[in-house]
Design a protein around this ligand. Structure first.
Ligand code: HEM
Length: 390
């Protein structure tokens, strides 16, 4: 058991040192506050995520009971068989072939975004690039209407933070989440979604009696909430990582075939999501520790992805590594449903940057965002120096 505070904003810069200390304490460490069994090492995190009957999601995947209740019954906060039914509703629209079919459209969006920021030279990287990329892709991909697009990002952002324990930010975050919930109900009632889109497939599933109609707003939440800030987090880290490692940027420009490897390493090295929680349904042994029935369990994917037992030079970023078995998109039954889309966005954006940006230079200190569960930046002052790839 440890008294360490895993949520103190003051420790954000030393988060990976904190994870290392927890891993040394053991594969499963009980946190006193909030009372939780943190799973710290790769093997045990993977085992916990694989065992979805001992460690369930239906009792909430965060620490905040109100939020857990609010999003209960979404794909994220449900268990098989209900969970599998909800995932099947969108399965066709998320098939690799279908996603690849959007490749040129997404590449075009990335190129136009990069042309715009490159013409400015110096930008605030979070707002102008990291957030702008998923915002240019996801609302259209989901088939959402134009109204409220200004709010989507903020809603997604507070959703991640709200999964953490209650803070002074909680009341305002809850209010904003309630606005999002109201919006998703209006979308379902008024059928305000683009024909042929992922959201339309959800409404059709209800029309055909595959799912009850009241599931539609919950499914909209499923795909609005985790699809924006996570990808933006990865893009923000991409900027900072390559600004700090100009040699690796130059090497990647010479070998653009390694973009897929770079994406895996990015999501391993700076996992956007620290880890979703579970609840133990029975006394379960994990890593030599008995986790009692009813306990909240926190498989820390961000720590697993830096576990020195699993990875050589775990704390080094190396775009050539291609760590295909990282846990940054989760593992098991709840593994990220939108990772194909996220990868395509990152792929398109990195290629667009490689084509025209010779150097990424920080023009000030990046500011880490105050967010309990998403590892991301609030501000990245950055200059994109142009130069054609060789
Ligand atoms: C770099 C970007 C992303 C990262 C790192 C990420 C990470 C994750 C993780 C770790 C989970 C597992 C949740 C759990 O274990 O309880 C998850 C689930 C999920 N993600 Fe993503 N995600 C990303 C982008 C997206 C996008 C773009 C979408 C939608 C288009 C999306 C939709 C979902 C959904 C619906 C789930 C719930 C799946 C389920 O419970 O079966 N994600 N994501």
């Amino acid at each position: 058991m440890t008294d360490v505070d895993m949520f103190a904003t003051s420790d954000q810069r030393t988060r990976y040192e904190q994870y290392r200390q927890l891993r040394e304490l053991g594969p499963v460490v009980r946190l006193r506050e909030p009372d939780t069994y943190a799973v710290t090492r790769y093997a045990e995190v993977k085992a916990a995520l694989a065992d979805h009957t001992s460690f369930i999601s239906g009792e909430g995947v965060g620490f905040n009971p109100e939020l857990n209740q609010m999003i209960r019954g979404t794909t994220l906060v449900s268990d098989p068989p209900e969970h599998d039914l909800l995932r099947s509703v969108v399965a066709d629209g998320l098939k690799p072939r279908v996603i690849r079919g959007r490749g040129e459209e997404i590449a075009q969006k990335a190129r136009s975004l990069v042309a715009d920021v490159v013409s400015k030279g110096e930008i605030e990287g979070v707002r102008e690039l990291a957030e702008a990329m998923p915002m240019s892709v996801i609302p259209d991909f989901l088939g959402l209407p134009e109204r409220n697009r200004d709010h989507l990002y903020e809603w997604a952002k507070v959703g991640g933070d709200l999964l953490g324990p209650v803070t002074e930010r909680t009341p305002q975050n809850l209010e904003m989440t309630q606005s999002m919930v109201r919006f998703t109900h209006e979308l379902a009632e008024n059928r305000e979604v683009a024909p042929g889109s992922l959201s339309a497939a959800m409404l059709e599933a209800a029309d055909e009696g595959v799912i009850p109609p009241e599931k539609c707003p919950l499914l909209f939440i499923d795909y609005i909430n985790p699809s924006l800030e996570t990808t933006a987090s990865a893009i923000g880290h991409l900027l900072v990582i390559f600004a700090e490692r100009p040699d690796q940027w130059a090497a990647l420009r010479a070998e653009p075939g390694l973009v897929a490897s770079t994406i895996n390493e990015l999501v391993r090295y700076e996992s956007p999501f620290r880890g979703f929680t579970r609840v133990a349904t029975r006394d379960t042994e994990l890593g030599g520790v008995t986790i009692p029935r009813g306990a909240r369990v926190w498989p820390l994917v961000a720590s697993a992805n830096r576990d020195e037992r699993k990875w050589e030079r775990a704390d080094e970023f190396d775009f050539r590594r291609n760590p295909i078995d990282h846990l940054g998109f989760g593992y098991g039954t709840h593994t990220c449903a939108g990772q194909g889309v996220a990868r395509l966005e990152l792929h398109a954006l990195i290629h667009a940057l490689l084509d025209s940006v010779e150097r990424i230079e920080l023009t000030g200190d990046p500011v880490i965002a105050e967010n309990a569960m998403v590892n991301t930046y609030a501000e990245i002052p950055v200059r994109l120096v142009t130069g054609k790839a060789a």
